[in-house]
Design a protein around this ligand. Sequence first.
Ligand code: SF4
Length: 326
Amino acid sequence: MSLLTATNIGRRYTMRRGMMSRPVAVHAVDGVSLTLERGQTLGLVGESGCGKSTTGRLVLGLEAPDAGEVLFDGAPMPPPGTTAWRKLRARMQMVFQDPLGALDRRLPIAAQVREPLDIHNSLSPDERPARVEELLGAVGLRPDQAARYPHELSGGQRQRAVLARALATNPDLLVCDEPISALDVSIQAQAMNLLVELQARFGMAILFISHDLRAVRQVSHRVAVMYLGRIVEEGEPDAVLHDPIHPYARALAAAIPHPGSRGKPRAVLQGDPPNPADRPSGCAFHPRCAIAEAACRVSVPPLLARPDGRAVACHLAHDPAFAKAA
Ligand code: SF4
């Protein structure tokens, strides 16, 4: 049984464009299905505003979906805030983008790592200091740093402290939302390696949310590419990132700088992402797609499985002439 299964989940918000305007529905997440196996990492990648973070909140039960269902360990996710949901929280933790914002500036690091153990009554009070020490060691913090306050640590050290706290209750699932984007580029690789090491040691599954394809490739067992609230391609990282099929996934992959390219991307996406409140008809990617056809403006392409283990949502991807056309 998979640890996490989301089936056709959706989340709508209502917003106004101005004081006098009528409210409009924004589909932040629309019909997303994903599966996460125990001890594995699913990378969720896409541009800012594509619905990645909302998807993370839905699978954690921080928000209830308007449509679809989330199963955790085979059972439906309890409604947010209920006693049943709070009990599950020890098994599901989240790591946010900004480690300084995630930590309490008034408390030393050791106290913050211990906090989840106290809240969830994990281990006996006598056993908790040893667990804190073990966790700080696992994330590479020195014993003398346990007594420091967040502002006395570097950004990378703070993110290590956040990881130690998230792992305190030995969770089955970690949702990491842009966990390296606030870190200095020089230490991002270290943070990624640490995440891989911690997964090997503690065995948790990870939903890794990022706009950075290189980071996603480094840590993920599977990758899902999102565009305007929907998954457009899903499969193994090598296939999706080295030989993408969906035109949007192709554009993202082409934008990764190559060694020797002095950081310049080979190609960039045309135009800005559309406003989610004004989603284009049919395939939402059609205004930016170089190979769009008339049908693309009319009907939404379903996410269809392919014989190579991938799933792609593009009308032309299942057409034998596609490879030539693209
Ligand atoms: Fe492009 Fe059409 Fe495929 Fe959408 S369905 S990605 S517009 S070819």
